[in-house]
Design a protein. Structure first.
Length: 219
């Protein structure tokens, strides 16, 4: 599915998020500016890596992992930092090809819903992050306000599929998105999963009324 989406992936991310996804990414990763080696899980076209590279003070390097090679081929060609300070490898989050404690941090943008085994992926993150290191995962959330939750669900379950049927080259893929959001656990449950799978602290910040959540966990 992501292979077929690759050519239009970034464009639709901007459209569906009303252009806010880049803002959320930059806010989520700024606390990792002091890291020297970071792993980007489900790196896609490199948006999360680009956000970290743009943070003032970040002088490190990034290992960008994704099982879909075609997405990385569509990374922003004008961003020379992605080409010089990121190394791409084809791999899944459930099997990270790194040694124990070899990273200062792990980042991931809107990928948690796509893991085959979320708990295994979190354990892998805890394994490769050094003690005291951090993981920052950005993901869709469930708004607490009932009115906003109903509006958000209407947008994702009704309006979004209708628009994509008319405009997107692969409208089936965009029907997958609302289903994956609806099935994903709530914020407190996800926080508990971090604590149960190798992290000693976990908090989260809500953006856009809780529709987007940044999970921050400390190893």
């Amino acid at each position: 599915m992501f292979r077929t989406l690759a050519p239009e992936y970034d464009r639709w991310n901007r459209v569906l998020s009303l252009g806010l996804d880049r803002v959320w990414r930059r806010r989520a990763v700024r606390d990792l500016a002091g890291c020297r080696r970071v792993c980007d899980l489900g790196a896609g076209t490199g948006d999360m890596s680009a956000a970290l590279l743009s943070c003032p003070g970040f002088q490190g390097h990034i290992l960008a992992l994704d099982p879909t090679v075609e997405l990385w081929k569509h990374a922003d060609p004008s961003n020379t930092q992605l080409r010089t300070r990121c190394r791409f490898a084809c791999a899944e989050g459930e099997h990270i090809p790194l040694q124990d404690g070899s990273c200062d941090g792990v980042i991931s943008g809107f990928v948690m819903r796509n893991f085959f085994d979320l708990e295994l992926a979190l354990r892998e993150c805890a394994r490769v992050v050094r003690p005291g290191g951090r993981a920052v995962f950005l993901e869709m959330g469930h708004p607490r306000n009932q009115l906003w939750r109903r509006l958000f669900r209407w947008y994702f379950q009704r309006l979004l599929p209708a628009v994509c049927r008319r405009l997107a080259n692969n409208s089936e893929a965009y029907r997958y998105l609302p289903g994956s959001v609806a099935r994903f656990p709530g914020q407190e449950e996800v926080r508990s999963l971090f604590l149960a799978n190798g992290f000693r602290q976990a908090v989260y910040k809500e953006y856009f009324g809780g529709a987007v959540v940044a999970y921050q966990a400390t190893r």
